[in-house]
Design a protein around this ligand. Structure first.
Ligand code: FO1
Length: 325
């Protein structure tokens, strides 16, 4: 069996969109044989709250691949309750707009305990990955704490989670920053996985606050430029609108239009100092293919809506084929 039939795949991923795409990648690879995939997951959303360490994107991927995620809310555990959260609110602890589910808190307590015992973030993620058969190796982008801060137009700054969940991205952002990231290193295994990959896929996650921090970890861009794997991105924009979340506000803040070709240009062609070889566009955006090709990035058109596992797997298969093309 050739590597293009059973490729070693690396996926750069954020939380909710990233997990849905990873479910598709796992399914598509299962249909080709044993999956060999590594997810490099954003940790820019992480935060300390009520004495515990939260890793929203890591947990979204963990719960989704583990089959225990809340598919309605899009985050947290299915069937969770909020008894501890009510108690925290009664104490005036934590954030009143931010819910910590009871089962979810179990994850945060386990993680925090292991971190306090001296384990690295990579080791903690490895332990978390043992409970359910995930089928995909999960790596954090870095072991360093580089939580995203949002600098506001009107002055001041706040943690990304406060801006996102409390203010629903309504406060005009001037910039997104990850303090300390210039001194951070890729987590062990990240650079090696990219170097050994046959295909690197960029999930249709938020380009600014999900994929952006991964690419900002020193060494990751260089690894992507150097790998012999094809790097294929999936547009998070369909028909000129963001698929989910408030990614358009983030894109506007960094001067990128909410358009599939503009996001491709933001990532750039690998041949031109960027990170992409190919870019999957939605059928609704097929008219932008020439513009993407003009960037030196090979445009491929595919259905991008991941409404169910079958569609996610078809999208992942299209991304794998784009790497072969
Ligand atoms: N999102 C919300 O909109 N409201 C919440 O109360 C909330 C709690 C929460 C707790 C743990 C966790 O891992 C994620 C949580 N999220 C919540 C989701 C999260 O804020 C964001 O959607 C992502 O970080 C953005 O990718």
């Amino acid at each position: 069996m050739t590597s293009s039939e059973r490729p070693r795949v690396v996926v750069l991923a954020g939380g909710v969109g990233g997990s849905r795409f990873l479910l598709g990648v796992r399914e598509a690879l299962l249909r080709r044989g044993a999956p060999q995939a590594t997810a490099i997951v954003n940790t820019g959303d992480d935060l300390w709250l009520s004495g515990v360490r939260l890793q929203p994107d890591i947990d979204s991927v963990l719960y989704a691949l583990g089959g225990v995620n809340d598919t309605v809310r899009g985050w947290g555990r299915a069937g969770d309750t909020e008894r501890v959260n009510e108690e925290l609110q009664a104490w005036g602890a934590g954030w009143p707009w931010f819910t910590l589910g009871d089962l979810d808190l179990g994850t945060h307590l386990a993680r925090t305990g292991w971190l306090r015992d001296g384990l690295t973030v990579t080791e903690v993620v490895e332990r978390l990955s043992r409970r359910w058969p995930l089928g995909i190796r999960m790596l954090p982008m870095t072991d360093a704490e580089v939580d995203t801060r949002v600098r506001l137009e009107g002055g001041g700054d706040m943690h990304f989670q406060e801006w996102w969940t409390r203010h629903r991205a309504t406060l005009a952002p001037a910039a997104f920053e990850n303090p300390g990231i210039v001194d951070a290193a890729p987590a062990p295994g990240v650079v090696d996985a990219i170097a050994a990959a046959d295909v690197v896929l960029m999930a249709p996650s938020n380009p600014v606050v999900s994929i952006g921090p991964i690419l900002a970890v020193p060494g990751v861009r260089e690894a992507l430029r150097r790998t012999s794997a094809r790097v294929v991105g999936v547009s998070p924009i369909i028909g000129g609108a963001v698929v989910r979340g408030m990614a358009d506000v983030c894109l506007t803040a960094i001067g990128v239009a909410t358009a599939a070709d503009a996001v491709a240009a933001h990532y750039g062609a690998r041949a031109d100092g960027g990170v992409l070889d190919a870019w999957l566009l939605a059928e609704e955006d097929a008219g932008l293919a020439a513009s993407v090709d003009g960037l030196g990035i090979r445009a491929q058109v595919a259905p991008l809506w991941m409404r169910d596992l079958e569609l996610s797997a078809a999208l992942a298969e299209a991304a794998l084929r784009a790497a072969d093309a």
